[in-house]
Structure formats: C-alpha cells, structure tokens
Design a protein around this ligand. Sequence first.
Ligand code: GRF
Length: 201
Amino acid sequence: MDGVVLISGSGSNLQSIIDNADDINLKINCVISNKSDAYGLKRAQKAGISTHTIKHDQFPSRGEFDKKLSSVIDVCKPEIIILAGFMRILSTEFTKKYCGKMLNIHPSLLPKFQGLNTHQRVIESGEKEHGVSIHFVTEELDGGPVIAQSTVAILENDNAKSLAERVLAEEHKLYPEVIHWFTQGRLKFKNSKAVLDGKVL
Ligand code: GRF
C-alpha cells in the first residue's frame, strides 16, 4: 500500500516503519517534514525514500501551510498518511480531507494527557502507568478514535527522559503492527469509530 509519513524531528518511529515496511506491505512514497533539520529526513534519504521539507514558518497562515502540505501529499497518491512525531496542529479542512486514512501516534494513554510534554506531566501527576496510543486523526486534536495502546509501568526513579525511552520502545513495536492492520484492510474508520476485523475498538 502506498503511504506518506509526516515528521518533525528525530524520526525514530519513521525508522521502525522503514525497517518493517516490507513485512507490513507498506511502500513509503515520500517523507515530509515541516523542519529542515529533522533527523528523520536523513533516515529517509538513507533508505532511498524521497523527502520534502515544507517550512511552516514560511506560510502566512495554518490554512496556507496545510494547502501546500496537501498538494505535496496528493502527488504521492497515498492510501495511508502516517503522522510520526509531526508536531503541527492541522486545520479542520485538512483533517476532514484525509479522515479515515490518517493515523497518529501520541505518547500517552489517551484520552489522558493530550497535548505536549506528556512524560513530565504524567510523572508530576503521580500516575502509576503511562504509555502510547495510536489513533485515527479527526478534527479534534489528539481526540480521534483510539486504535491501540501499549502500557508502561512508571518506576519510582523515573524521570521524563527515562520514561520517554521506555514509551518510545513500545511505540516502535506498536506502530508497524497497527499500520499492518490498515494495509491488510482489517482496520477501518466507520461511523467515526475505529473498527478492526468488523469489531468496534
Ligand atoms: C514520539 O514520542 C511520538 O509519540 C510523538 O513524538 C515523538 C516522535 O519521536 N508524537 P520520533 O521522531 O519518532 O523519534
């Protein structure tokens, strides 16, 4: 299945998707970043994947940036759009256009801890467990239907960095698995819900 991956930074999730691409029947047609110094661009280039940088700060509005992003995505004709550490809020128009085929990974057990700095906030709140969620992207930020989660226990001596490392390790396992469900046609977005093998998740 043809796909596009959107990133903003290190791209360790992108790397895990690249490493598993053959096994999960995914062809990454291009990687798009809103930051020119995103290390993930190097990872893509090393894997022979074409890359585009669209710097959001060179557009007068969110809408204009999203229009450009959308035009670059559409050239790649993806059936799946994978947000992997893409740190931009997307306009309603954009999310509606790709609804049902756009996935995001978020480092918390949604609906808990939407937004940024999740690891630090989780520790400060005294939670016992943390984790990662993968969800369909809808117009509600970090609010689309959750597809899958992995849980990580919070240890007594954890800080945001140590916790982030263990959550990331789970992310790298979970994202390729969920993408595979989608490329197999087992995972769908129906009536605003995530459905796997015909069952609402
Ligand atoms: C991950 O924690 C992801 O869940 C979040 O941003 C981080 C991206 O990391 N959305 P990487 O760029 O994939 O290494």
